[in-house]
Design a protein around this ligand. Structure first.
Ligand code: ZN
Length: 303
């Protein structure tokens, strides 16, 4: 699988060549190998052997393998809310009891001193989309200008939930899925071919937004057509953004999806799918998109 080899090769280069990069974000679908990639990079940054001749069997690597590497610190969400909170960053203010379950030491304490054994101090933030606002703010400063011996690795399966300010301070590395997962209902209905399915998976959030709008129409009152048309246009805009295309291309794709959705979910009304296909054609022909969507949704909701 060339794509996975691609990530490994990149990790190798991050360790040996791109030494100016101090924060890397691995993202991908759940189970896509982010944890593996993160640990590989962490070890590469920690290992104390000379870069040209590494056996990955030095005392640092052995400590890392056995989970006793003092210069490596993992922070992951904790507690009932499953969030990463400020208690992972600094000790509680005087007078407040420390959160027992928060990772120890705090990051401030961990980052304050240079590494004891390893080449760098490495922080791994797992599921970093679960950082709360206060923690994110505290982290941003360190991501910007960490002490020279600090390296940070972030992982997430929810890339779109990350603050743009966090994303932009890291080198983002996509981890491709190892196993192509079973298509969801949305993917089956909207993605009839392997090419379409790949396109949907590359813009999953936007397609899910489209799908939610369509599904909500099943219980919508007749007078909601204007709202649904607006929401469809918003979703089409998300598609356009995610696919780096223009508004009309987004609306054309939304209309294609609506036709596919109507065929699958409103089989008792083949006339509606037919109308959607007509609207799709209008949009391709560059006719005013807004009005045709309004009209289509009022047809769909009319009893
Ligand atoms: Zn080593």
């Amino acid at each position: 699988m060339p794509a996975i080899e691609g990530v490994s090769a990149l990790i190798e280069r991050l360790v040996t060549e791109f030494r100016g990069v101090h924060a890397v974000l691995f993202y991908g679908a759940e189970g896509a190998g982010m944890d593996e990639a993160a640990r590989k990079l962490a070890q590469g940054w920690l290992c104390s052997e000379p870069i040209e001749a590494r056996s990955y069997d030095c005392s640092v690597c052995r400590a890392f393998d056995s989970g006793r590497m003092v210069d490596f610190h993992v922070v992951r969400p904790w507690g009932p809310s499953s969030m990463i909170k400020l208690d992972a960053w600094r000790p509680p203010p005087v007078g407040r009891k420390p959160d027992e379950d928060a990772p120890k030491p705090t990051l401030i304490e961990f980052l304050r001193t240079p590494p004891l054994m390893a080449k760098h101090k490495v922080v791994l933030l797992e599921q970093c989309d679960r950082m709360n606002h206060d923690f994110s703010n505290a982290l941003l400063k360190s991501l910007e200008e960490p002490p020279p011996y600090v390296r940070m690795i972030l992982t997430t399966s929810e890339f779109s939930r990350l603050l743009p300010t966090v994303r932009s301070r890291c080198m983002a590395v996509a981890c491709p899925s190892l196993v192509p997962s079973e298509p969801s209902e949305m993917e089956r209905v909207l993605g009839g071919s392997p090419g379409l399915l790949a396109k949907i998976r590359a813009s999953l959030d936007a397609y899910e937004q489209v799908w939610r709008v369509f599904e909500s129409s099943l219980t919508a009152p007749w007078f909601a057509s204007i709202v649904l048309a607006d929401q469809t246009r918003d979703a089409a805009e998300s598609l356009a953004k995610s696919q780096k295309s223009n508004t009309r291309a987004g609306q054309v794709e939304a209309a294609r999806c609506l036709a596919a959705w109507l065929l699958a979910r409103r089989p008792e009304r083949p006339d509606l799918a037919k109308s959607a296909i007509e609207v799709h054609k209008f949009l391709v022909g560059n006719v005013n998109a807004g009005a045709s969507l309004d009209w289509l949704w009022s047809e769909i909701l009319a009893k």
